[in-house]
Design a protein around this ligand. Structure first.
Ligand code: 6GU
Length: 274
């Protein structure tokens, strides 16, 4: 996968050289380039912002530096399309499968399912807005050449898109084949089956007066799986009842329903409540 990031703070992306992702880059599994937007700005000060038409607080990012940046980072019909890495769906594709992602609190929610979609895209380009955002014509203009997504990573406001891009790139690249050593750790994790993960324990068996739950030492794999599911159900009911509500009624067996009812949270949909 190829990733380009355009920002006025290239230094923000140092963490992309650390840990799992740093190793994946060294191994050539992902190719990341960070570009300074100011190289496409004019004037001695290379200013990229201006006040909003119609008034209001703060500044917006001007369109022209962004147009130049995106034209250079994603040249029109750069090379013949790389059909081998094209997404299965026949949706409108940019040059060589490029897709532009614009992080903004006004975007659609980024979650694990969008992370899985992005992991299939051969080329992701991120445009980091600062100030009050980017002139809206940039997204409209870029949308004529490639798919564009405005995405939000949660219901809070960041000072700019950079931290959001770090989050999205980490969530996406760890799903690429070979980036995470143990493929099972991805298959079983939170959100994959709609439930949060159960708690985990490691050595020693007794620590600070606290024991590891007996069932985990039993060697009885069926009991362990049942216990883990119970814990996952309890956690999800307590922390994220909204997630339980999105699961189809058929996702819960009679035992599941008892476990959820015991947490005091009403079972979503059919409701176990009187
Ligand atoms: Cl993607 N960008 C900014 N600036 N703020 C956010 C966000 C993104 N997601 C939540 N808050």
């Amino acid at each position: 996968m190829k990733i380009d990031i355009v920002t006025i703070f290239p230094g923000y992306f140092g963490p992309l050289s650390e840990s799992l992702l740093g190793k994946a880059r060294q191994r050539g599994l992902v190719d990341i380039a960070v570009h300074d937007l100011r190289q496409w700005a004019d004037g001695a000060h290379r200013s990229v912002d201006a006040p909003p038409y119609g008034g209001g607080p703060g500044m917006l990012m001007r369109a022209e530096p962004w147009r130049r940046a995106l034209a250079e980072v994603v040249p029109a019909a750069a090379d013949p399309p790389d059909l081998a890495s094209a997404p299965a769906s026949g949706s409108a594709r940019g040059p060589r499968g490029a897709r532009l992602v614009v992080p903004t609190p006004a975007g659609r929610p980024f979650g694990q399912s969008l992370a899985r979609d992005y992991a299939e895209v051969p080329w992701l380009v991120f445009a980091c807005g600062r100030y009050e955002g980017i002139d809206a014509r940039v997204v409209a203009d870029a949308g004529e050449r490639m798919p564009v997504d405005e995405v939000s990573i949660g219901d809070y406001v960041l000072a700019g898109g950079e931290a959001a891009v770090l989050v999205i790139v980490e969530a996406v690249t760890r799903l690429l084949p070979g980036v995470v050593g143990n493929a099972e750790s991805i298959r079983d994790e939170s959100f994959t089956d709609g439930l949060l993960e159960p708690p985990g324990y490691t050595r020693p068996e007794l620590w600070a007066g606290r024991r590891v739950p007996d069932v985990l030492l039993s060697g009885d794999h069926a009991r362990i799986a049942r216990w883990r599911r119970d814990e996952a159900l309890r956690r999800t009911a307590r922390h994220r009842p909204d997630l339980l509500a999105t699961l189809p009624a058929g996702a819960f067996d009679a035992h599941d329903r008892e476990v959820i009812a015991a947490t005091g949270f009403p079972l979503p949909r059919e409701g176990v409540a009187p």
